[in-house]
Design a protein around this ligand. Structure first.
Ligand SMILES: CC(C)(COP(=O)(O)OP(=O)(O)OC[C@H]1O[C@@H](n2cnc3c(N)ncnc32)[C@H](O)[C@@H]1OP(=O)(O)O)[C@@H](O)C(=O)NCCC(=O)NCCS
Length: 148
């Protein structure tokens, strides 16, 4: 991953507690992780993490390998994550102010509100679109998905 992509994904360093959550925290319900593969090569990972005490609200975090960005992988990962958690109605996340791809991706999922917060944007999305079935039918994903 390029330094820019790493920054856009984590916005800061990766503390030990976050590393532990990313590696050990995936339980398929509270923390869902999907990996996209082209052949046997992983090209992207998406995570949906429900907020404590608010099971219908989640943070979303997607990372696509630089070489595969801009080909629809991130959008498909987001839609498939929402398809895995149909009771999640709202997303709350933070993205860097210059992360146009992420802001566009999030705005496609529903009604998005974007609040400036220094160099970042607090984004909430009330989910209205779950178009993964349509995506499946049109086969727009550049790779195949596996649930971790
Ligand atoms: C943000 C990210 C996940 C998007 O995934 P992607 O596969 O590159 O995006 P997609 O090809 O699915 O496109 C999603 C939307 O972003 C737009 N987009 C993609 N790359 C773009 C770019 N470089 N500049 C502007 N818009 C871009 C697409 O046109 C699409 O919008 P549209 O549906 O309105 O046309 C990916 O770029 C990435 O991993 N970035 C680094 C890590 C990161 O920022 N993660 C998100 C924060 S957690």
């Amino acid at each position: 991953m390029s330094a820019r992509s790493r920054y856009q994904r984590f916005l800061s360093g990766v503390p030990e507690s976050m590393l532990r959550e990313l590696v050990d925290g995936v339980d398929g319900v509270r923390h869902i992780a999907l990996v996209m593969f082209v052949g046997e090569t992983p090209i992207g990972v998406g995570r949906l993490m429900r907020l404590a005490g608010q099971s219908d609200t989640a943070d979303i975090a997607i990372t696509v390998h630089d070489a595969w960005q801009g080909r629809g992988a991130g959008a498909v990962l987001a839609e498939e994550l929402l398809a895995c958690a149909v009771d999640v109605r709202r997303l709350e996340t933070v993205v860097s102010a210059d992360n146009t791809a992420s802001l566009r991706l999030l705005s496609r999922l529903g009604t998005a509100q974007v609040h400036p917060s220094g160099g970042t944007r607090d984004v909430t999305v009330d989910i209205t679109a779950r178009p993964s079935e349509q995506r499946r039918q049109t086969g727009r994903a550049p790779g195949s998905l596996r649930r971790r």
